[in-house]
Each structure stands twice: as structure tokens, then as C-alpha cells.
Design a protein around this ligand. Structure first.
Ligand code: PEP
Length: 255
């Protein structure tokens, strides 16, 4: 089954409630008019209630940026997957490079993917290499290591609720975008690993690209073979720019 292209906005640690409310309303309007792609937003935890209300009756998916791997317990400052689901999220990011940089290990990312799936969330599991890895021609080895930890926690029945996001760390928030060829090569590698593990079902999760995606480059990235959507930080924080991303995906990948 081929899923629609997904345009996902990671709002990171940005926006206060009235700003998030206004942006969510703009995204909901755009998604209502441009019905081709799936659309999702990932606000910070404190904004989930506000954004949930703003997205009411829209088709935009509301997701959390992270969760702790434990179901509950003495983890001050953390949020469980069940908590974000209870707050109204139906999706979650796991393993974003900014969480990995803050200390999340491959193993924890795998456990967080599991926690999200167990809470009934759709999980976008992020992975990608550092610039030094690419320069050392270790990109595929890093992707394999990160993917292996995720695959250790899932089975075939989870694939319907999973997407991957290839996000080369050197392209996140840097303005430096991977070429469509670089994106395709990594996507091809990840897809091959998925099919190796799950057979035909390994084709089910979308593989998104993330890293300085903006209206000016989204069309060529979506046209790259294997790219099933985009995970966008900076360019998802402005209503007009988010709409342009959805529009590019809506008009046949804009190509
Ligand atoms: C991200 O947050 O996942 C991301 C890709 O950020 P940016 O688009 O700003 O590079």
C-alpha cells in the first residue's frame, strides 16, 4: 500500500500559545484546501492542548516531539508516550538528532519507538549521519547501527504505524540541504534494510527526508526516488511557507 506523501512540521522549542494557535489554524486551512498530502505538526509538549483545539475537525495530525522510554516513574521533566496520547496526540517523533545530541542512545531511541507504538501512536523514527560520518564514508554504517536498534524493538505488525525520517545531521537547521541524489541513496539503503528484514512489508513505512527543507527546494526533494515526505523544522514555523510545502506536495510533488 502506498501512503500519501507526508508533510510534517517539527516546531521544536518555538512558539508561545497564541502563536501556535494562529499557525495551527493556518496549517489546518491549507491542509483542508490541499487534500493530497498527509499533514502533521509536532509542537512542544506545553502547546499540545492549544494546538489540539486549533486543529479540531481538521485533518492535520497532531504529534509530540519526543517521549521517555518508561511508561511512568521518577523521571522529572520527562513525558511518557501515554501522556502525550492522553493529551490528544496521535503521532510522535523518536530519535530526532537534537534528542540524540542531548544524550539519547540508539537503544533508548529503539525503546522510545516501542513506547510510542504501545501507546497507539504513529511513530516517525529519525536517523541520520553526522558530517564526520559522511566524510569518513561511514553513512551507511551509521544508518545501519541506528536502524538496527529500532528494528530490535518492532515486528511486522508495527509497520502500519511507523515511518522513518532520514535526516542528515549536517543538513538540519544549517541551511545546507542534501542533494536529491544523496537523499535517494540513503533512502534506498534504508529501504533495502527494511525489505531484508520484513520482505514486501518492509515497503510499508514511508521514508521522509529532513534537513533544511524549504519551499525553494521541496519539489526537487519530493521528486527524488524513494522520498515519501518531508520533516521540516525552520520552514514549518511560518504559515505561508508551511502552505507552500503542502502545495508542492499536493501538486504531484511539485515537479
Ligand atoms: C528537523 O527539525 O527535523 C529539521 C529537519 O529542521 P530544519 O528543517 O530546520 O533543518
Amino acid at each position: 500500500m502506498t501512503r500519501p506523501i507526508l508533510v510534517a512540521g517539527n516546531w521544536k522549542m518555538h512558539l508561545l500559545a497564541d502563536e501556535a494557535d494562529a499557525l495551527a489554524i493556518e496549517v489546518a486551512l491549507a491542509a483542508g484546501e490541499l487534500t493530497g498530502p498527509d499533514v502533521a505538526v509536532f509542537p512542544s509538549a506545553t502547546l499540545i492542548g492549544t494546538v489540539r483545539a486549533a486543529l479540531d475537525e481538521s485533518r492535520v495530525t497532531l504529534g509530540a516531539q519526543a517521549c521517555h522510554e518508561a511508561a511512568k516513574g521518577a523521571h522529572t521533566g520527562e513525558t511518557s508516550a501515554a501522556m502525550v496520547a492522553d493529551a490528544g496526540c496521535t503521532a510522535m517523533l523518536a530519535g530526532h538528532s537534537e534528542r540524540r545530541a542531548a544524550g539519547a542512545t540508539d537503544e533508548q531511541v529503539g525503546l522510545r519507538v516501542r513506547a510510542g507504538l504501545d501507546a497507539g501512536l504513529r511513530v516517525i523514527a529519525c536517523l541520520g549521519e553526522q558530517l564526520a560520518d559522511r566524510e569518513a564514508e561511514a553513512t551507511n554504517a551509521v544508518l545501519d547501527r541506528q536502524l538496527t536498534a529500532i528494528l530490535a524493538e518492532i515486528d511486522e505488525s508495527d509497520l502500519a504505524s511507523l515511518d522513518l525520517a532520514y535526516e542528515p545531521v549536517w543538513a538540519i537547521g544549517t541551511g545546507r540541504t542534501a542533494t536529491p541524489e544523496i537523499a535517494s541513496e540513503a533512502h534506498r539503503h534504508l529501504r533495502a534494510r527494511m525489505v531484508e528484514k520484513f520482505g514486501e512489508s518492509g515497503n510499508e513505512p514511508r521514508i521522509l527526508y529532513g534537513g533544511s527543507v524549504k519551499p525553494a527546494n521541496v519539489s526537487e526533494l519530493l521528486a527524488a526516488p524513494g522520498v515519501g515526505g518531508v520533516l521540516v523544522g525552520g520552514a514549518s514555523l511560518d504559515g505561508a511557507s508551511f502552505r507552500a510545502l503542502i502545495e508542492a506536495a499536493h501538486t504531484g510533488r511539485g515537479s
